[in-house]
Ligand binder design. Structure first.
Ligand SMILES: [Zn+2]
Length: 235
C-alpha cells in the first residue's frame, strides 16, 4: 500500500513528548518501500526490479540490514536534533544530571557484549520508567555518522546507493576504501542489539583506535567517561 503506520504509544509520549512518535515516523519513512520492488513495462514485454534501499535487485527487501537500519535511524536522530523543543531536551537533561547538554554529546552505553560505547544523545529516549534507553538501529545510525566523518563525501553516495545499482557499487567501493572489507562486514550483521553494537565497537576500534577521541560533553559527563574507561582498563 506504500503506507507507513506508526502506533502512538501514550506512555512513551508522556515521558518524551510527541517527538518520540515523530522520530519513529521519520525512521519508518526513511526506509525503502517494497512497494516498488517489481514492475512490468506497459507493453508487458519486460519486468524490472528497481532499487529498494541498500540491496541489489532480486534480493529480498533489506529489512533489518545494518546500512538500511542505520540510514533510517540516522534520520530519526537528525530529526530529534533539529526539532526537539527545549522542554523535550530538558527531560533528558533532568535524567542525565550533567546540566545543559548538546544533542551530539556522547553517553556511555553498556552493550549486551559488555562493551562501553558512546552514543550521541539524539539517539536516546526515555522508557515508561524514566530510564534512558535506545534502539538497536541507533548503533547502526551512529556507524553511518562515523563513516561520514571519516569520508565526508560518503553521504551523497549513501543517497545515490538507494536509487541505482551504480550508486550501490560506488558505496561498497567507498566504504571498503575507508577500511578493507568493511562493506560486507557491515552488511552481514544480524538485526539485534548485540550484533549491531558489536559492529559499532569494531568500527570504533578499526577507524578511531581510541574511543576517547569520540567523547563529547560537559565536564561531569567527561569525568564519568574517564572513570568508566579507567575501571574497564583496570579489569
Ligand atoms: Zn527500521
Amino acid at each position: 500500500m506504500d503506507l507507513t503506520l506508526v502506533r502512538r504509544d501514550k506512555n512513551f509520549e508522556e515521558k518524551n513528548g510527541s517527538i518520540y512518535t515523530e522520530g519513529s515516523l521519520t525512521h519508518e519513512l526513511a526506509h525503502a518501500s517494497s512497494m516498488y520492488q517489481g514492475y512490468v513495462t506497459p507493453d508487458k514485454q519486460s519486468s524490472y526490479t528497481p532499487r529498494v534501499g541498500f540491496c541489489l535487485p532480486q534480493n529480498n527487501t533489506p529489512w533489518g540490514w545494518l546500512l538500511e537500519e542505520g540510514w533510517a535511524d540516522l534520520h530519526r536522530g537528525e530529526y530529534f536534533a533539529k526539532y526537539a523543543t527545549e522542554e523535550q531536551k530538558k527531560r533528558i537533561e533532568a535524567v542525565m544530571k550533567f546540566g545543559s547538554l548538546n544533542l551530539d554529546d556522547t553517553v556511555p552505553i553498556t552493550t549486551p557484549n559488555g562493551d562501553i560505547l558512546p552514543l550521541p544523545i539524539k539517539y536516546l529516549y526515555l522508557t515508561e520508567n524514566g530510564d534512558l534507553t535506545t534502539k538497536s538501529s541507533a548503533y547502526a545510525g551512529y556507524i553511518l555518522e562515523l563513516l561520514c566523518r571519516k569520508d565526508p563525501t560518503l553521504y551523497p553516495t549513501l543517497r545515490q546507493a538507494r536509487g541505482s545499482v551504480e550508486g550501490l557499487r560506488k558505496l561498497s567501493t567507498q566504504i571498503d576504501r575507508i577500511s578493507p572489507s568493511l562493506y560486507s562486514f557491515l552488511q552481514s550483521s544480524d538485526y539485534t542489539e548485540k550484533d549491531f553494537s558489536g559492529r559499532l565497537q569494531k568500527v570504533i576500534s578499526r577507524l578511531f583506535l581510541d574511543v576517547r577521541t569520540l567523547i563529547k560533553g560537559p565536564k561531569g559527563l567527561q569525568e564519568t567517561w574517564d572513570r568508566l574507561l579507567r575501571t574497564k582498563e583496570g579489569n
